[in-house]
Write a protein that binds this ligand. Structure first.
Ligand code: NAD
Length: 366
């Protein structure tokens, strides 16, 4: 199977879908890999590393010549979709829940599209779980962004000039990103509390040395382990409870999300205004609108002395290791779709069928 790795075109996207390490692995399995010149540069992987690993380098638009598969991080630009032959396989974060038009365009063109975010979160597919790998990177980076902006030290410091109390960190949403944020803040020496609407996570929070903040709100969990959206009354009760507790904290990292829905609003402006000057909020849910009412997605702002970091695509701020993990997820999916280097799509398989969001052959329609 001949596959191509284009240079990403999304704003602020520094990651790349295959690394030299994964090129070597795929080449050994019989894949032919074409890498667009410069595709890995922003992630710290120059062209010669790909060439030495066994890839062919190509300029745009020749990189797409004769390819059966396109491996990407983000959505392809329109001209790329138009250049693909019917039946070409596309892999990437294709945003099937929020970009219906983009998915329809792929379907019309007969591109067999696999969305990384639609891979079922079952044990057999854990090695392909790019939502988790990228959330892990974002959770880590979110804490570093907060520590960098905070005027306070994170650890307790006992010095000849006296003792400095440790920073108090609150993590809202204790899924994959939140748990990594807790672990990172703990490693830096902060005192950490966390809250999630899924009561089942309290034990995981405590096992990382943080305390579970009881806001008196209990949400429901779907079969897939995700949170269901709270009712309007529950949301209001949560905001009120948080408003009371939030002034205790120097740093708030928010990661709360409900798949396919805008991020739940947890922190109203009044809660921000009740925080101490110098406090920092890092809103890792900014990609879907943000958990804080004042978050400006893509920007960092200050409000009554509180810094609110609303950067989007935070995993891309650590592009090298984010790409290393993502590329391994992509390879695991590709090996599933094309064992022995030849495309063999079996739509009766839960992973193939679950991840395919466009271009499914008629005879295999769900
Ligand atoms: P996510 O990004 O959809 O959400 C992040 C967190 O926000 C979740 O923990 C959710 O409960 C929480 N949340 C939603 N609304 C909230 C609110 N109003 N207030 C506070 N918190 C709120 O979730 P995720 O991190 O991708 O993962 C969620 C679940 O999926 C976890 O149970 C995780 O263990 C599970 N998971 C399973 C697998 C697997 O292979 N089986 C892999 C990865 C994750």
């Amino acid at each position: 199977m001949r596959v191509c790795v284009p240079r990403e075109s999304g704003p602020g996207e520094h990651r790349v879908a295959l690394t030299p390490e994964t090129v070597t692995k795929l080449a050994a399995k019989g894949f032919e890999i074409v890498v667009e010149r410069g595709a890995g540069v922003l992630a710290g992987f120059p062209d010669d590393l790909y060439e030495n690993a066994g890839a062919q380098l190509a300029h745009r638009p020749e990189h797409l010549d004769g390819v059966e598969g396109v491996l990407r991080v983000g959505r392809p630009p329109t001209e790329e979709i138009e250049a693909l032959a019917r039946g070409t396989v596309l892999v990437g974060f294709l945003q099937p829940l929020s970009d219906a038009d983009g998915i329809a365009r792929l379907d019309e063109r007969g591109v067999v599209a696999f969305a990384m975010e639609s891979i079922p979160r079952i044990t057999r597919a854990q090695s392909m779980d790019a939502l988790s790998s990228q959330a892990t990177v974002a959770g880590y980076k979110g804490v570093l962004l907060a520590a960098d902006r905070s005027p306070k030290l994170f650890p307790m410091m006992m010095t000849a000039a006296g003792t400095i109390a440790p920073a108090r960190v609150l993590v809202l949403g204790a899924g994959v990103a939140g748990l990594q944020a807790i672990a990172t803040a703990r490693r830096l020496g902060a005192v950490v509390s966390a809250f999630d609407v899924r009561p089942a996570v309290a034990e995981q929070v405590e096992s990382l040395g943080a305390s579970f903040l009881d806001l008196g709100i209990r949400g429901e969990e779907t079969e897939g382990g995700y949170a269901r959206e709270l009712t309007a009354e529950q949301q209001e009760a949560q905001q009120r409870a948080l408003e009371k507790r939030i002034p205790e904290f120097d740093i708030v990292i928010t990661t709360a999300a409900v798949p396919g829905r805008p991020a739940p609003r947890l922190i109203p402006a009044a809660a921000v205004e009740s925080m101490k000057p110098g406090s920092v909020i890092v809103d890792l849910a900014a990609d879907t609108g943000g958990n804080c009412e004042l978050t400006s997605p893509g920007h960092e702002i200050a409000h009554t002395g509180v810094t609110i970091v609303g950067f989007t695509n935070v995993a891309s701020l650590m592009p090298q290791d984010a790409s290393r993990l993502y590329a391994r997820n992509v390879v695991a999916l590709l090996e599933h779709l094309a064992p022995d280097g030849e495309l063999t799509l079996d739509f009766s398989d839960e992973i193939t069928s679950g991840a395919c969001v466009a271009g499914r052959p008629k005879e295999a329609a769900a």
